[in-house]
Design a binder for this molecule. Structure first.
Ligand code: NAP
Length: 265
């Protein structure tokens, strides 16, 4: 039986990629696509908008009406920080499990969504990174951490990225810090070139046009180093993760934080 999906932020860059992916999947059925109110694209066929061809689903700006009318199983949200929490609450109120790719949820928001989802008997997935390679990088680095006492992280992104270090670099540092306390000599505040101290691990951020999203974790040991690197070349990189999320979320209740929890790692 096919899984019915609604996509919010459907006219954005990630939203459009998600729509193309869903339209190409046999067992996932796009039932509605939501854009920002007053957007010029409202009313257009979303398939035509993303260059797929007619999909017979028009972009609408009324999420509540669309949820009630099309009764999806899952909502995928790639909107903006201002909209994501309200969208997720609306979906959960209708008993629909949200998959949240958009950034901007606070820890309190996530806690609230967990409670609401459990009460409604559905699930909520908050996935800061859908790129499976990036999740495998963290997983592999955690294994390597047992054998090295020194580590640094370099993350490289396009010049339009507003935050630094990236969420994935912060998450990597936090996960590695849970494994052990790494060697940290001086953390002098007057040597900014030595990187930012994240959980006692140095993180270096590079921002340049021409880059997409890249991260390297470098371990140092006696007479050897180990580098683990992941490169995101374009937004298609996130789509296998989105598809796994859509197919797996129905098997869970309450909060799932991180797509890695749905992978067989
Ligand atoms: P984007 O191109 O700016 O797309 C956001 C879209 O949301 C825009 O089309 C915007 O419409 C629309 N929007 C705003 N308010 C809305 C509302 N209330 N209802 C429906 N649509 C609304 O940004 P993007 O690059 O696609 O990224 C979207 C989000 O995903 C960001 O938070 C980004 O950080 C995150 N992201 C996550 C991952 C991951 O792996 N989890 C990967 C990449 C990006 P207008 O353009 O008309 O304002």
């Amino acid at each position: 039986m096919s899984i019915k999906v609604i996509v919010t932020g459907a006219a954005g860059r990630m939203g459009q990629e998600t729509i193309r992916t869903i339209l190409n999947e046999d067992d996932i059925n796009l039932v509605s696509a939501i854009g920002r109110s007053k957007s010029d694209s409202i009313g257009r066929d979303i398939g035509e908008l993303v260059g797929y061809g007619k999909a017979n689903v028009n972009l609408t700006d009324n999420l509540k009406e669309a949820l009630q009318r099309t009764k999806p199983d899952v909502m995928v949200d790639f909107t903006v920080p201002d909209a994501v929490y309200a969208n997720a609450c609306l979906a959960i109120e209708c008993g629909i499990s949200p998959i949240i790719g958009a950034t901007g949820l606070s820890s309190q928001d996530i806690e609230d969504l967990d409670k609401k989802a459990k009460f409604a008997g559905c699930s909520v997935l908050v996935a800061p990174n859908f790129a499976i390679g990036a999740l495998l990088l963290i997983h592999t680095a955690k294994k390597a951490a047992n054998y090295f006492d020194n580590v640094e992280i370099i993350e490289l992104h396009h010049d339009k990225k507003v935050d630094a270090p990236s969420g994935t670099a912060i998450k990597t540092a936090k996960e590695l810090a849970k494994i052990k306390k790494f060697n940290q000599e001086e953390f002098s505040t007057n040597s900014p070139a030595r990187g930012e101290n994240m959980d006692s691990i140095r993180v270096h951020s590079v921002r340049l046009p021409g880059l997409v999203a890249h991260q390297e974790v470098i371990f140092g040991g006696i007479g050897q180093t180990l580098s683990i690197k992941h490169d995101t070349i374009n937004r298609e990189a996130f789509m296998p993760g989105v598809v796994i999320a859509i197919k797996e979320i129905g098997k869970h209740k309450g909060l799932i934080y991180g797509l890695e929890n749905l992978l067989d790692l």
